[in-house]
Structures are given as C-alpha cells and as structure tokens.
Design a protein around this ligand. Structure first.
Ligand code: ATP
Ligand code: MG
Length: 163
C-alpha cells in the first residue's frame, strides 16, 4: 500500500442543486434507497441546506408527514419512526468536539438506524460505514453538494445513487 493511500476505500460524487426542491428531492431519493443502517455526516455553512436534506431523507424513509423535521433545539438528537428509525442530530451549539458515546448514539449504530448529523465536523470519531456530505452555497438558489462514501456498503449505496 502506498504511504498516503486511505485505509478505508472512498468514493466521491459531486452534485449541483439549483433549488430547495432539488435538495429535498435528493434527500428523498437517498432515503428511499436505504435498507441498512448508515451514518450520514452533514457539513456546510448556515443555511446551506443540511436540514432540508434531512427533511427529504425523512420523506424517503416514510416518516409520517405530520412529523415536522426541524433541527433539534432542546436535545441534541431527535428520533423519528419511519421504515427504519431516523436519528437527526445537530451539533451546532456544542462548544467542544464529541464522540458517538457523548451524544448517546453509540448503541444505536449497531441497529439498522439511519443517523444524520448536522455540523458533523464536531464529531471526532471515525467509523466505517459513512457518507460525509459537504454543502457549499454558490448563490441564493444554488448549492454544491459533494458526497464522500467511506466503507464498502456506503460506497455501494453511492454507486446506486449515481445511476
Ligand atoms: N438549492 C438549495 N438547496 C437547499 N436550500 C436552499 C437552496 N436554495 C435556497 N435554499 C434555502 O436555503 C435554506 C436552507 O436552510 P436549511 O435549514 O436547510 O440550512 P442548514 O444548512 O440546515 O442551516 P443551519 O446550519 O442553520 O442548520 C432554506 O431557506 C432554503 O429555502
Ligand atoms: Mg440545519
């Protein structure tokens, strides 16, 4: 193995969203594809579309629409019951870095849960089956969305999304 080669294989996809609806649709498509547990880390500035993507994922997982997906305010993590359980964490207000145990999600990772984390740069732990999605605001309607998959299952899933 070459020196700088990552230990875990990676796959990357770059997408452009031209409206809030497109980001919502992308989330829904992702949610519909899911059948196993996965951790999805979301990274990007305020208002770049992270929560909107989570709303789409919730739709794709058949979370009943009466559940309003908003960022958790009084707790770090909200749980929604869909086809698979959806855990939505928002680490924005945390002043220090945390790991999965700190935010009470360590045991959840063994289940078929979908864990989506906003401001995931505050999560220090590296785990294998993950997507990391970076959002960049290009203008008031356009967002660049870059998805990086780590680990075999996550990579397979990303290949499916690209089809
Ligand atoms: N292409 C786009 N994709 C997503 N959101 C968009 C897009 N164009 C405009 N917007 C607007 O940007 C805002 C995104 O808000 P959202 O709450 O999803 O951001 P966020 O990344 O979760 O922010 P925060 O860091 O504050 O939690 C919404 O008001 C949405 O209408
Ligand atoms: Mg948000």
């Amino acid at each position: 193995m070459r020196k700088n080669e990552p230990m875990i294989s990676e796959q990357k996809a770059e997408l452009l969203s031209e409206s809030p609806e497109e980001t919502l649709d992308l989330g829904e498509r992702i949610g519909r594809m899911l059948s196993d547990g996965i951790v999805i880390r979301l990274i990007g500035d305020l208002g770049s579309g992270k929560t909107l993507l989570v709303k789409g994922i919730a739709r794709g997982l058949d979370v009943p629409s009466q559940y309003l997906i908003t960022s958790p305010t009084f707790t770090l993590v909200n749980e929604y019951k869909g086809r698979q359980p959806l855990y939505h964490a928002d680490l924005y207000r945390l002043s220090t870095a945390v790991d999965f145990e700190d935010i009470g999600l360590l045991d959840i990772l063994c289940e078929d849960a979908v864990v989506v984390i906003e401001w995931a740069e505050k999560l220090t732990e590296d785990i294998e089956n993950t997507w990391t999605i970076h959002f960049a605001t290009i203008d008031d309607q356009k967002r660049q969305i870059v998805i990086k998959a780590q680990g075999d299952n996550a990579i397979e899933l990303l290949k499916k999304l690209e089809k």
